[in-house]
Design a protein around this ligand. Structure first.
Ligand code: SAH
Length: 272
């Protein structure tokens, strides 16, 4: 439900006051690498919102929710630098060069990335390229999908008595050189949150079972978390790949495996 006008005015005044007191000025020739959070515009930080309000040019990924792009300052240029599995994507080097070029032209540049810019989003590569080129930049943290998505699905990332660690892993190309040792992750017995894990889910699940996790370990796919399309599929490690194959959950999706998953059923009943 939208806020009634009085409440909207109060919220706006509060947000403006907080931004005025705490937000930084984006200078011409500067680049901010900004985390946009998992999707819901309400999960933007004040810093991210102020970046959107100041940008001359906004370079964004495919993952950015259109409702967030709609918050950009009127007159700012939008540049798509998409990367999405299975589709042609802009090479990383071209994105880096574009950011450097915009900055050298004296523009206020916002590089908007899904979630947190430094979690599996190649933000560090962009920051390193900017540093090497001597372009001033800042990193604005965002809520990573692995945390925001879990909370939104009613799955606590940690729960006393259940887990003492949480593993964030990428499921992208597990057969690459330097591929993750899924057996070793399985042996920790700690929950694993897999980004970009759908495509290789069958192989990953098999490796985790070979590594010693029971096929009955609870597992879930959380897709389009925090958006109106959010869907949650709950199964077991042994059944999750087949269940995901059948249900075809919308992208982007996270896979979560471990004893934190069943807490959702207990919390869900209690939610309004
Ligand atoms: N920097 C991002 C992650 C980029 S990698 C972050 O911190 O969240 C892209 C992967 O993130 C997707 O393949 C998916 O696994 C996950 N992801 C991003 N947004 C998501 C969302 N709203 N719901 C579920 N998974 C999401």
């Amino acid at each position: 439900m939208a806020a009634p006008p009085d409440l909207e005015r109060a919220i706006l005044a509060q947000a403006l006051a907080a931004c005025g007191r705490h937000c930084a000025v984006l200078e011409p020739g500067e680049v901010w690498l900004v985390g946009a959070g998992p999707g819901d515009p309400k999960l933007l930080t004040l810093d991210a919102l102020s970046a959107l309000a100041q940008a001359d040019v906004l370079v964004h990924d495919a993952l950015i929710d259109p409702r967030i792009l709609a918050l950009a300052r009127e007159g700012s240029q939008l540049h798509f630098a998409g990367k999405r599995a299975g589709h042609p994507s802009t090479p990383q080097g071209d994105i880096n060069d574009e950011l450097i070029d915009f900055a050298r032209r004296g523009l206020r540049v916002v590089r908007l990335k899904g979630g947190d810019p430094f979690v599996f989003g190649r933000g560090a590569e962009e920051a390193l390229a900017l540093a090497a080129a001597g372009v001033p930049f800042r990193v604005v943290p965002g809520i990573t999908a692995g945390l925001g998505g879990l909370a939104s699905a009613g799955i606590p990332a940690t729960h006393r008595g259940v887990n003492r660690a949480i593993i964030f892993a990428t499921g992208h190309d597990p057969d690459d050189e330097g591929a993750l040792d899924w057996h070793a992750l399985a042996r920790t017995g700690q929950p694993i949150v897999i980004y970009m894990g759908l495509r290789n889910l069958e192989r990953i699940a098999r490796a985790l079972v070979e590594g010693g996790l029971s096929p009955d370990t609870p597992a879930a796919v959380i897709s389009a978390a925090t958006t109106p399309d959010q869907r949650i599929l709950v199964s077991s490690l042994g059944g999750i790949a087949e269940a995901a194959h059948r249900a075809e959950p919308p992208a982007p999706a996270l896979v979560v495996i471990g004893e934190i998953v069943p807490l959702r059923a207990r919390l869900h009943g209690a939610e309004p």
